[in-house]
Design a protein around this ligand. Sequence first.
Ligand code: CO
Length: 289
Amino acid sequence: MMEQPRDLVRVIESQATSDGAGVKLRRSLGSSAFARLDPFLMLDEFFSDDPDDYLAGFPDHPHRGFETVTYMLDGRMQHRDHMGNTGDLGPGSVQWMTAGRGVIHSEMPQQSEGRMRGFQLWINLPAAEKMRPAEYRDIPAEAVPELTFDGGLARVIAGRLRIGESICDGAVNKRPGAMATDPLFVDLRLEAGRSVEIPIGPGYNGLLYVYEGETQVAGRTVPRRTAAVLGDGDGVKLTAGEAGTRVLLLAGKPLNEPVVQYGPFVMNTRAEIEQAVADYRSGRLAEPA
Ligand code: CO
């Protein structure tokens, strides 16, 4: 039982935008410098049945200073990076990339019709790890642990999920060196009118993103395509609306460090951003493969 259920303190509606070579998406976290929740920098949802919205893909581009997590629901994308990694992202799979010092990669659709749907989350790295070597992990759908509970299903991408007496460890758990933020990343499905209580340790920042139906939290209704930032407490109670709901639940330890972002570079100071831009221009952003 929760002693201190978390309240809903802020709603961030997603904004229509485009990124890459023109992929249409909805951005909630990261839609402005004020719409972040330490350590989470950005959350994009892409969802379209129209190839014109996604065919252009994300050709070669850099990242430095944080982690990107891509979670696919429908469709196929292919990842390629300067380290020589190739990853095929299919429904239910996860790509966890620690950009660290630098990655140059592309993410291109592997289909010319049908539905493309998924998410990209950016998680910040602490100052001490922003220049660590890049790392890339592909997690196939069948390697994402699932927890079935009365009234729903949870897919645990990262962190440790507890529901009642059940514990489920995520596909990405404590990796050496890279999990200062100890992220919890869960994809939750709840049947109509059903509720679930999920502990989130005090001091961790938490939010949810509703991508199907409506979800009730602390007496308020969060509509589809909306992020809801939680107050502090020891857990959250979610209740599905009358059509059921699907929700991403995210929590992590805040870094409490300055964030200076310039597009795909997220550092602590302006000088470090200038260095990243200079390194990229001179071909020294990423370590050689
Ligand atoms: Co990228």
